[in-house]
Design a protein around this ligand. Structure first.
Ligand code: PMP
Length: 435
């Protein structure tokens, strides 16, 4: 029996109406299909590595909700923890024991993170960390890297990555000149550009914000010496080094990126994985800094739903599972198998691609070598990538709809699932060769 032809007609109908009521039809710009054409499949269900849309199409999910779903969809233990939490009350506006246990796990696992405050998103985490850095140093400016994304706080929508980059709007209207003037920008993996900024503004810089693996312009690992260089500049000038580990935290290793490197940050921001699929963010670090946060100290930051019992239940269970033996080895296997497989399949069809990867964060680039910074990322063959994306979609593989977003694998992306992805990639590289 031949399968029915691929259709997104039900998603199309919903999307048409949604566009009248929701800006662009989506509640976050990265979900729009502007970069790839067509409409986004509207999803109804997920299980393990798979998702299904309104039209009944099944896909291998390589989006992973942009990072949180490290255990795949619908992990049975996480679901059970959530059910128990729902039955006990969804929010109290009072402290709970679960928050203490969550803080204990985070501070035990993340090097140098002595205290932590829970918030509701990565954006809140970075905004709060920026305020804390400014409060602690008494300085106005932050330094970030072009193509890195730190959420949509005003200070960070300057040369931003992720959806802002995909849509060609890395600097957003509505951010005042005064705010933007306090956000300095350097080039990722380029210490000369960092030095130039410090030479001019060193004594005004409160903090350097960096994604230790740049995950919002694909997946770009830091080059040897880059993070060491940032640490040294911060030490000399008295600025704080902030690792934005909203993506990499508990994803690339059990204690986050710092498990893979000896360079220590002063503050860290977390999100995605620590919420186990519910909205959670966190910022933490040295206790002398964190003690400046209200009510322990004067820097104000608050949240009606912060430390929400459901989010904490899902997050705690996720972190508990990630603490078990062999999980990160499994994620590393999935990442390296997909990386090698994609390179092999592309090569067989005469196409040079490169694959940036750290653990289960991975990005195929249509370029001979993995880019080192934003300029090199935007020089990759975007048109070929779009054709690749669309053949993959029709073959039941859901990629993030932008050449600048990372693929996030989960522990449920086992060998048969990886084989299925590579079979589809084989077809995709064949098709884009002949068109
Ligand atoms: N920082 C980084 C490194 C991120 O990747 C993201 C989101 N992709 C954020 C901050 C913002 O997190 P959120 O979308 O939860 O606000």
């Amino acid at each position: 029996m031949t399968p029915p032809p691929f259709t997104l007609s039900k998603s199309e109908a919903i999307f048409a109406e949604a566009q009248r009521l929701i800006p662009g039809g989506v509640n976050s710009p990265v979900r729009a299909y502007k970069a790839v054409g067509g409409v986004p499949p509207h999803l109804v269900r997920g299980e393990g590595p798979l998702v299904w849309d309104e039209d009944g199409n099944e896909y291998v999910d390589l989006v992973g909700s942009y990072g949180p779903l490290i255990l795949g969809h619908g992990n049975a233990e996480v679901r059970e923890a959530l059910h128990a939490a729902v039955d006990s009350g969804t929010t109290f506006g009072a402290p709970t024991r679960g928050e203490l246990e969550m803080a204990r796990t985070i501070t035990e696992r993340v090097p140098g993170c002595e205290m932590v405050r829970l918030v509701n998103s990565g954006t809140e985490a970075t905004m709060s960390a920026a305020r804390l850095a400014r409060a602690a140093t008494g300085r106005p400016k932050i330094l970030k890297f072009e193509g890195c994304y730190h959420g949509h706080g005003d200070s960070f929508l300057v040369s931003a990555g992720s959806g802002a980059l995909t849509l060609g709007a890395p600097d957003s209207p509505g951010v005042t000149k005064a705010t933007a003037a306090n956000s300095l920008v350097a080039v990722y993996n380029d210490l000369d550009s960092v030095k130039a900024v410090f030479d001019e503004h060193g004594s005004d810089i409160a903090a350097v914000f960096v994604e230790p693996v740049a995950g919002n312009m694909g997946t770009i690992p830091p080059e040897a010496g880059f993070l060491e260089g940032l640490r040294a500049h911060c030490d000399v000038s008295g600025a704080l080094l902030v690792y934005d580990e909203v993506m990499t935290g508990f994803r690339v290793a059990k204690g986050g990126f710092q498990d893979l490197s000896d360079v220590r940050c002063d503050l860290i921001t977390l999100g995605k994985v620590i919420g186990g699929g519910l909205p959670v963010g966190a910022y933490g670090g040295r206790s002398d800094l964190m003690m400046q946060v209200a009510p322990a100290g004067p820097m104000y930051q608050a949240g009606t739903l912060s430390g929400n019992p459901l989010a904490v239940a899902a997050g705690r269970k996720t972190l508990e599972i990630l603490g078990r033996h062999g999980i990160y080895e499994q994620l590393e296997y999935a990442g390296s198998t997909l990386q090698k497989g994609l390179m092999r399949v592309a090569h067989e069809h005469g196409r040079a691609i490169s694959v940036g990867r750290v653990g289960s964060m991975i990005c195929p680039y249509f370029s001979a070598a993995v880019p080192r910074n934003l300029t090199e990322v935007t020089a990759t063959d975007r048109e070929a990538w779009v054709r690749f994306f669309n053949v993959m979609l029709r073959s039941g593989i859901l990629l993030p709809p932008s050449p600048y977003e990372a693929i996030f694998l989960s522990v449920t992306h086992t060998q048969p699932v990886l084989d299925r992805i590579l079979e589809a990639a084989d077809l995709a590289f064949r098709e884009i060769r002949s068109t």
